[in-house]
Design a protein around this ligand. Structure first.
Ligand code: G1P
Length: 292
């Protein structure tokens, strides 16, 4: 079977209750960082690996996400007739992906979301990008998805992104048992989902970017629910214990946009990097900091 990754899955069906009231009428993936919804940043992470076929798992009532990635003839005609070619190009960028949507009717965990997309994924390898996280890489850094797909194509083994975390933060993430290292990536021997600090296997946390081999689907189907959810981590633990899972630290910055502080941090840092308002933002933050 070909080791080329052609499809990506983005589970983004969370109700975003932490962001109420905005998430009452606006689906969480449409919350904007600067001028772009978070879901578009995540789709754009796939450009570096030439993946255009994207499946987004959404909660009921998220039709506006389809509208965002779909055609907008009247708007385009207007932008062109007004001579606003730059804005026209910005709008056209939203249509470069081939997006399919699957509605997750029952909130039964990450593994449940992945199984909703089985008819599109079948038993092919796929990229998995969790909707609450943005991964930023500067021009000098290798994008996280590029690194993961390279390792998958080299080894044929599933690969996850990882970062080091310390103290109480350890309990917020899937936690990795670490084996031998080679070329900057290592074997995963075991995974525990959100262990207590005392039970942690290492300081390595599972970040929400994965490349998974197609046989994960059959493993997910066999999982037993815990607290009414089925956990991808349980299936990955099984793969790890058989020697089939690798982990790679990523270059760049991870933003947890499912969290209010992480969301503000993303907005501030993207604003600082913006050609349009970066300078003004920098000046403003300096002046503000003097008053704090
Ligand atoms: C999920 C995964 C966890 C991973 C985390 C990364 O947890 O279950 O293993 O470390 O994403 O953000 P969640 O944050 O959805 O509870």
């Amino acid at each position: 079977m070909s080791l080329k990754i052609k499809k990506a899955l983005i589970p983004a069906a969370g109700l975003g209750t932490r962001f109420l009231p905005i998430t009452k009428a606006v689906p969480k993936p449409m919350l904007s960082v600067l001028d772009k919804p978070t879901i578009q940043y995540i789709a754009e992470e796939l450009i570096s690996v030439d993946i255009e076929d994207i499946i987004i798992v959404v909660s009921p009532g998220s039709e506006v996400i389809g509208k965002h990635f779909g055609p907008a003839e009247a708007l385009e005609a207007r932008l062109l007739s007004d001579g606003k070619k730059k804005l026209y190009d910005i709008e056209r960028e939203t249509q470069r992906f081939n997006v399919k949507f699957v509605v997750q009717k029952v909130a039964n965990g990450l593994a449940g979301a992945i199984l909703c997309a089985e008819k599109y994924i079948k038993n092919e390898p796929f990229a998995l990008l969790l909707g609450d996280e943005l991964m930023y890489a500067s021009g000098k850094e290798k994008p996280c998805m590029k690194r993961l797909t390279e390792i998958y194509e080299m080894t044929g083994k599933s690969v996850i992104a990882t970062m080091e975390v310390f103290g109480d933060d350890i309990s917020k993430y899937g936690n990795l048992g670490i084996g031998g290292e080679k070329d900057g990536y290592f074997e995963v021997t075991e995974i525990k989902e959100k262990p207590s600090v005392n039970e942690a296997l290492s300081n390595y946390a599972l970040v929400g970017r994965y490349v998974l081999s197609g046989d994960i689907m059959s493993k997910l189907k066999k999982l037993k629910p815990r607290n009414n959810e089925i956990y991808l981590t349980d299936a990955l633990d099984e793969v790890a214990k058989k020697g089939g899972l690798l982990a790679a630290p990523f270059e760049g910055i991870r933003y947890d946009v499912g969290d209010k502080f992480g969301y503000i941090r993303a907005n501030v840092e993207f604003a600082l990097r913006s050609k349009e308002i970066g300078e003004d933002t920098r000046e403003y933050i300096k002046q503000l900091a003097e008053k704090l």
